[in-house]
Design a protein around this ligand. Sequence first.
Ligand SMILES: Nc1ncnc2c1ncn2[C@@H]1O[C@H](COP(=O)(O)OP(=O)(O)OP(=O)(O)O)[C@@H](O)[C@H]1O
Length: 906
Amino acid sequence: MIGKLASKIVGSRNDRFIKSLTKKVNAINALESKMQALSDEDLQAKTTAFKSRIAAGETLDDLLVEAFAVCREAAIRTIGLRHYDVQLIGGIVLHMGKIAEMRTGEGKTLVATLAVYLNALSGNGVHVVTVNDYLARRDAEQMGKLYEFLGLTTGVCVGQMPIEEKIAAYECDVIYGTNNELGFDYLRTNMALDVESRLQKTLNFAIIDEVDSILIDEARTPLIISGPVDQDNDIYRRLNNIVPHLHKQTDDSAAGDFTVDEKDKSVGLTDDGHDKVERLLRDAGLLTAEESIYNPANIRLFHHLNACLRAHNLYHKDDHYIVSNGEIVIVDEFTGRTMPGRRWSEGLHQAIEAKEGVEIQSENQTLASITFQNFFRQYDKLAGMTGTADTEAAEFQQIYDLETIVVPTNLPVRRADEADAVFLNTKGKFGAVVEDIIDSHKRGQPVLVGTTSIEVSEAIGEQLKATDIPFELLNAKQHEREAHIIENAGCLGAVTIATNMAGRGTDIVLGGNLEAKLRTLAENNPEGVDDKTMAEVKAKWQQDHDAVVAAGGLRIIGTERHESRRIDNQLRGRAGRQGDPGSSKFYLSLDDSLMRIFASPKMAGMMQKLGMTEDEAIEHRMISNAIENAQRKVEAHNFDARKNLIEYDDVSNEQRKVIYQQRNEIMESESVADMLVDLRESAVGAMVDNYLPPEAMPSQWDKQGLENAVMADYGLSLTVDDLIAENPQLTTEEIKSWLMDTLSANYDQKMENADANWRQAFERVMSLRILDEQWRAHLQSMDYLKQGIMLRASRAQKDPRQEYKREAFYVFQSFLDKVAEHITQFFAKVQFREQPIAAEAMKDEKTLENAAYQHPEADGLADSSNQASELDQAAQSASEYPKVGRNELCPCGSGKKYKHCHGRLA
Ligand SMILES: Nc1ncnc2c1ncn2[C@@H]1O[C@H](COP(=O)(O)OP(=O)(O)OP(=O)(O)O)[C@@H](O)[C@H]1O
């Protein structure tokens, strides 16, 4: 109360902020006549002049006023639109890296051009992010004229574009792209094997349109690139047939094809084994006469064979796994419980399936993934636009460090938001909705009905059919068609029933969209339209426009309150654009999910007591307020869930950053020789410490174990006793040095005749490929860790987040050890029997060939016909953990007591 009073006296922070920007707006306006006086050439020359000033040390802030004045004048000359003053304010807010809340119809597409132009002057690329391909293309085309005039290039980045076009697009000053595609390209960039194939060079500045739907509604669903581990499952069967021909080297016989290390669960080929394997593979047609198994192109074959050998020698039926209904089910080695659904990674599961003769299942592996939350946080500067951000301002601030500024409208808002009408049941509610439609239609008032599901929109459509009122049903995800329907949604007496109104490009003009009408006219008359026809079309539009205004403007009818006020505001916001008249009303029933959870049965009892029938409604501000309070509670709950997810996601994000940086360093460095030495040191150190622990006396050393491991991993024969004979005081450090020296001498000898450039490229690409392979296996381990930890934590009463962080650290450590181990092994064993392979051939072109790009639909805005509401899901998932006591920690991972979290909703 006091807060409200205070803000009335001194103005809100938002008001003060807007006021502080008016000085700049006035300065831009003051330059207008000067800009108007410039010739096109002189105006265009400003871009080069600005760039020189930046090079001389001026900042973008220094240039803002002038650059905005230039951009405004250029917009008038190219697209015929002059930025309103409030649009200048919006542009400044975006440049400052904040969210500009601007209502529908305020022209956000044009607002963005100001901040885009200014920031693109730095030469580092500006990304404008939209939610669908259609809008990205449309905005790039429309606004591209302005940038081109000003000497800037514009590119588009949408799905299914050839890679060459993508690379060219990313070279542009301004890139209009969809959130999905930009995110996937980030992942693809970090899967590249050389600098030239990287798509995104920098992540400088992104302006996100519909920022609330991208950073809040879709925040929780990750972008995932996944691919089949191997297309050809038959390869396991063929390799499985080779295994019985190979003989294990036992302790007492020196002969043998492979060694087995039980402790490390690893196997390794001996020199003899290596020759034999190549012979067998050639016989099986898996290798040509010239090829070696160490040829980089055969690295998969090598791995699969390794998996088959492990499957036969280290994994035993009814001990490590059981065969049940034709499937291999893992047995947990600690608890002895079976783990249905789990699969071993790195091809081991398929190898065991081949060994047991059951069907070999194709496996999809996550190649890379990231959430929007983490992708967009990578940009040096971020800004956003939307009609509805204010209700989520706290979340934008806390999670993304983005302040929300409500930009005033160009003209005062004249929309009347009526109180909600609450009915006993859905039947009564629908009846009232249809009556409202008929009533509005009679007056010529266009109506937009917003529904939460396809079923509801169809049900209302069915009832309307009986009335002969024509209507458009909009519920599929056809963005282009959607835009066309919306162009006519403001026509006299139009009725449009739509689900999911959150998307962009939904600006409804009273009387229909004149620009669209003129466009259609031009399309239908390619030889040109005469002035008379043109004038007639315009006059007809004006007449319709005036009639719609007289009928009350656009009428918005909501058929259910969403859990989030923001979504309701998006629907309401479709009416009353640019000072237009308009009205909105929500029709609810006690069956709606929000009402079911928060209002009934008390309210139902009251309504019945009052003797209300199904077609009567309660209508009171108090009820609307109560519903808003309920929405606030759900919003807070959802925010908690997202915050909680971020804590988990931050862990993998940190790991991803480390690895992506490492990849970039490898790609960018001329030689990775020093890195290979470091990795070798780490791998050799770990191996020696494993068998000859630093704290153990020499008499306790497992010399045989070390010798076996050295043979298996590096193909070297080491006899510790021989070294002791030479040096009775032999220390483990000296054994490590011996191994390091021998490995590097062997490797140098093998590389003796290799061309230096080729050697560098080979080492770089192979290191990257091994790193990537291990990274993918690591992603899977992290997934398993996350799944397991929640259950474990709920039983063990521990805070799952802490547990997860702790364990993730160890898992990551072990992944790093594995990378060192595998890279060292590879270079120790690699053999060159043929001409060096061309650097090009080392690249794994196939990785992304069959990849799937998934982005599960965000739950907040999806057609909810086939989805329980967020609330229902929350309640349902809570009931999936029947044994959790009210005072125990909630298994969702929030770290709160169950009664304060999901238990509260059950
Ligand atoms: N300064 C201006 N002068 C005249 N018309 C403008 C101006 N700015 C924008 N418009 C027009 O207003 C309409 C709405 O623009 P746009 O779709 O960018 O707005 P928006 O409603 O803010 O976006 P959204 O649909 O995302 O809510 C467009 O037809 C555009 O051409």
